[in-house]
Design a protein around this ligand. Structure first.
Ligand code: PMP
Length: 388
């Protein structure tokens, strides 16, 4: 794809344009969108919607098009009911349309949370390494951003997390489960302890963008919603539902929380086409989750293969795997790209993240990585056993 614009928000010349000072020189968020054969860099679902699913979405969009002279349903009640129905199949109990909120991607849903519950004089917290958009929600809502740390195996250090909460009294804590870029899921006991530590003062947002990929026996925080009034669970159609292009993310929470989000959203923020598309896609949940199962099998095989190669690999409950460690990870990333395989240079120093693709894409990745590690001069291995 040819970039239309590139670069950062530069230094204003003679004070023009009148950019907020904290935005000067900032690069817009986003991984490279390169036209290469094997794209494993943004955790997309490699399986496009089936012909039947695409036809249903097309028909729903056509019907919506006949009414495009009118604004869409501002409360998107049909979509909220459909989302509540889907969540009931994955651990959500007693959820109604009033418990559900949606936006153009879960990024926007979380921005709404910070718009309503963050703000000047307030603090939001997460624990690194984690999803790099969270500080941007804080920046854009003038919320103070505090970042704690994780254990060396990327698990949450609960005592540390509770201490950060006690010290900073955040109004919002965001923790993804599984975490991006590490793939680490949050144990239920950790969700309970953090929610209790925050009760009365803050929200605990569990970002479950990748939850459908979790391994058997890993629970969803949805199960805990009835017992914690300050718990918010966010989800998206971008990953498991193979609808990243549709831009639909959502959350479940107590009705008083979703009611507050109505105050900060722009009017008619979800287009009629988006609403129709999402409802149609939800009708294909079973079929789409079948592909999720295939990806989970492929993910586990990938973890096993990488470990067999002597690499360090973080346990993953997601549709991506963090592996390393490399003295020069950029050289590995570049070596793969030279072979037509695009992955993501992200996470702690020395680590790389690869999304799980089709069996053919994973074969291409394995082949390319083998070549890069065995046949090139890329130095591998940091410290410790099992590293190359
Ligand atoms: N949360 C996490 C952890 C993510 O990795 C992503 C996407 N990369 C999102 C939220 C946002 O996804 P979307 O806006 O497409 O729903």
């Amino acid at each position: 794809m040819t970039p239309v614009t590139t670069g950062s928000a530069g230094e204003p010349v003679d004070g023009w344009p009148p950019l907020r000072p904290e935005l000067r020189g900032i690069e817009p968020y986003g991984a490279p969108q390169l036209d290469v054969p094997v794209q494993l860099n943004v955790n997309e679902n490699p399986y496009p919607p089936s012909a039947a699913c695409a036809a249903a979405i097309g028909e729903a969009a056509r019907a919506a098009a006949t009414r495009l002279n009118r604004y869409p349903d501002r409360e998107f009640v049909g979509l909220r009911e459909a989302l509540a129905g889907y969540l009931a199949t994955d651990g959500g109990r007693g959820l109604t349309a009033a418990h559900v909120w949606a936006a153009n991607g879960s990024n926007e849903a979380m921005l709404h949370l910070l718009q309503a519950f963050g703000g000047p004089g307030r603090t939001a917290v997460s624990f690194a390494p984690t999803y790099s958009m969270y500080p941007e929600y804080a920046r854009d809502t003038h919320t103070t951003w505090v970042v704690g740390r994780r254990e060396s195996d990327f698990a949450l250090d609960l005592d540390h997390a509770v201490a950060v909460v006690a010290e900073h009294r955040p109004s919002v804590v965001i923790v993804p489960s599984p975490n991006n870029p590490t793939g680490t899921a949050l144990p239920q006991a950790a969700v309970v302890r953090l929610a209790e530590a925050l009760d009365g003062s803050g929200l605990l947002v569990v970002d479950e963008a990748y939850a459908e990929f979790r391994r058997a026996g890993t629970p969803s925080a949805l199960e805990l919603l009835p017992d914690h009034r300050n718990l918010v669970v966010t989800r998206t159609l971008s990953k498991a539902f193979a609808a990243a292009g549709a831009r639909l993310g959502y959350l479940a929470a107590a009705p008083e929380i979703t009611a507050a989000l109505r105050v900060v959203r722009l009017p008619y923020h979800l287009s009629a086409v988006t609403q129709a598309t999402a409802v149609a896609a939800l009708g294909f949940a079973q079929e789409l989750l079948g592909n999720v199962d295939r990806l989970r099998v492929e993910r586990d095989a990938l973890v096993g293969w990488l470990r067999g190669e002597g690499l360090d690999v973080a346990d993953s409950d997601a549709n991506f795997v963090l592996f390393g460690t490399f003295v020069d990870r950029h050289a590995v990333w570049q070596g793969l790209l030279d072979r037509g395989v695009l992955i993501r240079e992200t996470g702690p120093d020395g680590w790389l993240r690869v999304s799980v693709g089709t069996p053919e894409e994973m074969a291409a990745f394995r082949q390319a990585l083998t070549e890069v590690l065995d046949r090139s001069s890329v130095p591998t291995g940091a410290e410790g056993e099992g590293r190359r």
